[in-house]
Design a protein around this ligand. Structure first.
Ligand code: ATP
Ligand code: MG
Length: 587
């Protein structure tokens, strides 16, 4: 794939870090056996051909969202830029919430964004659960060396004794138990001899540390639960903070990028890896963790857990509902991989937390599609216009460019006839000030067709306008010498009723009416936008073939996609991806 070169992309501090490491040769001689493993596996291997290794480590407990895209673009993007490797690693150390369905959706999302975890002949797709054996061996070494112990305090006691930001913690009564005792209990834990919650393995660091994360963090807990890949092989599961540095080290990761909330974990990340080097389980150079600000977007929520609530409670139609900020939803909505990569590039990478306006995402889609989307006409809210001086049964072709700036794409042609569909709001019986479209007595251009003069209209018994009448002015057809003979201020789009293609059109809007739907302890379900979804029966320009996934600009309306799942050529189902202009205006 094409990546934006660093000369056109604003640089950022993570690039600077990588470039320093490359200049110093920090990782130049790091061996790599072509597969993950501890020092015993890597030590004899040749130097890693990849100058850097990054990873994207999702937990398979939901579908990926636009926030993950930032991390994907960062990690895979930097690897591509420096000819390195980026691993896709499923961080599946938590048996309870993870499912194979999510693994599949995550693989699809990363591929759809255009990235690959293959590097030369390596297939760097990994599961943290494959490392459970190594993790257990490492834990045994830590216990033997006096760096970890089995604590039999309850979860509540551990929490109470951890202290606070201002008060030191209290040592566990089990902290100084003999190494042999901890070792025997660790094996018993693994062998299923103890119930959930009865004991944990903790690192022995410093209960007086000003950093709470260094106050003897828990490494292993007991969970008699079935894991989506390892089944019932294990009943102890590593805590994230312990598993993560080990996963990085086993995979030979050089730069481990994570979001800011892990900054306080970095001392433990380094501590644990350094102990494992001392214990001859790992070798220098070790991976290093660097933090960047997560992506926050107005009008959406980016938390798999909260998105799960919307899906499970039926507020949306599944994880790929086009209103969701999941990558599956955005894809269905009409977002392209290019638009999402463009968005991530524009948002940039920094260490300062911020909230990006949703309009920035929409603008990235417009900017991606404008130069390439084919143009068509559609009518979403049809009103019949009768050209009373045009004979019924007759027709003539009109022409329009497929793309206004790409003459090489050629022309569309469609017939002009006596009866046309126009947009209902392109006519007003009593026009407001500065209304230049159709109203009795006014003249407008039918785009790519004739100038017409409105002569009247009909209403039904409820007062609703049922049809509008006009007369066309011969000699004014677009593209003919007489076209500019008469000046008009309004131009409207139209489709011959006889030739129009019927379509279900889904009009999506923002899912929440509050720009910060989950700020503080707000209940995001309360601020759902009741008008976020509407279906209308509309009409498409003749010869519009609605192949699933086809994307067009419907003139004056916006960008639309033939729903990748529900649309067929015979029964087009079209989603509005984004309007032509931002109608929400800022925040
Ligand atoms: P969630 O709360 O939605 O589950 P998470 O951070 O727990 O998010 P993971 O599956 O653990 O989800 O995330 C995988 C990677 O994506 C992590 O490295 C994480 O830092 C990154 N990530 C997740 N959300 C964002 C975000 N909003 N902005 C940038 N990176 C993110
Ligand atoms: Mg998570």
């Amino acid at each position: 794939m094409n990546t934006t070169s660093s000369s056109t992309t604003p640089s950022h501090f993570l690039r600077t870090i990588i470039e320093k490491d490359l200049a110093k040769g920090t990782y130049a001689n790091k061996p790599w056996a072509g597969r993950p493993g501890p020092a015993s596996v890597q030590r004899q291997a040749n130097p890693d051909p990849a100058p850097i290794r990054t990873r994207f480590p999702p937990e398979p407990n939901g579908y990926l969202h636009i926030g993950h895209a930032k991390s994907i673009c960062l990690n895979f993007g930097l690897a591509l830029e420096y000819n390195g490797a980026c691993h896709l690693r499923f961080d599946d150390t938590n048996p309870e919430k993870e499912e194979a369905e999510y693994v599949k959706s995550i693989i699809e999302a990363v591929e759809w964004l255009g990235y690959s975890w293959k590097y030369q002949d390596e297939d760097n797709l990994y599961f943290a659960s494959d490392y459970f054996g190594y993790m257990f061996d490492f834990a045994v070494e830590l216990v033997k060396a006096g760096h970890a112990y089995i604590d039999e305090q309850s979860a509540d006691e551990i929490r109470e004794n951890r202290g606070t930001l201002t008060e030191k913690g209290t040592n566990s009564p089990w902290r100084d138990r003999p190494v042999e005792e901890s070792l025997a209990l660790l094996h018993e834990m693994r062998d299923g001899k103890h119930p959930d919650g009865s004991m944990v393995l903790r690192a022995k660091i410093d209960m007086g540390s000003p950093n709470i994360n260094m106050r003897d963090p828990v490494l292993y807990r007991i969970r008699h639960a079935t894991h989506h890949r390892t089944g019932d092989d294990w009943c102890i599961y590593p805590m994230y903070t312990w598993a993560h540095p080990v996963e990085d080290a086993l995979e030979g990761i050089t730069h481990s990028f994570c979001t800011l909330e892990f900054e306080d974990q970095r001392p433990f990340y380094d501590w644990i890896l350094e102990r494992l080097v001392e214990l001859d389980q790992l070798d220098q150079p070790l991976p290093r963790q660097y933090e960047f600000a997560r992506l926050n977007l107005t009008y959406v929520i980016t938390s798999k857990r909260k998105l799960n609530v919307l899906v499970q409670e039926g507020h949306v139609n599944g994880w790929d509902d086009p209103r969701l900020p999941t990558l599956a939803g955005l894809r269905r909505r009409g977002y392209t991989p290019e638009s999402i990569r463009l968005f991530c590039e524009r948002v940039g990478i920094s260490k300062a937390d911020s909230r990006i306006d949703y309009g920035v995402l929409e603008q990235a889609l417009r900017d991606d599609l404008d130069p390439r989307a084919e143009r068509r006409v559609a009518v979403l809210d049809p009103l019949k216009l009768i050209i009373t001086n045009y004979p019924s049964g007759e027709s003539e072709l009109c022409h329009a460019p497929v793309h206004p700036h790409k003459p090489e794409l050629g022309q569309r042609e469609f017939p002009f006839t006596r009866e046309l569909w126009i947009e209902r709001d392109d006519f007003e019986a009593e026009p407001p000030k500065n209304y230049f479209r159709l109203y009795p007595g006014n003249t407008v251009r039918l785009r790519y067709g004739y100038i017409v003069k409105c002569t009247g209209f009909n209403r039904d018994e409820n007062g609703r306008i049922t049809e509008v009448h006009a007369e066309y002015i011969p000699d004014t057809k677009s593209g003919t010498p007489g076209a500019s003979r008469i000046k008009v201020r309004g131009t409207i789009t139209w489709i011959s009723t006889e030739h129009a293609v019927p379509a279900k059109i889904r009009l999506y809007d923002r899912l929440f009416s509050d720009p910060h739907p989950d700020a503080g302890d707000k209940d995001f379900v309360e601020v759902l936008n009741p008008k976020s979804f509407e279906t209308v029966d509309g009409w498409l320009e003749p010869n519009t073939v609605a192949k699933p996934g086809a994307i067009w600009q419907f003139e004056r309306l916006g960008y639309f996609v033939a729903d990748p799942i529900d649309s067929t050529v015979e029964y087009p189902v079209i989603n509005r991806a984004v309007t032509l202009r931002d109608s929400w205006g800022g925040k």
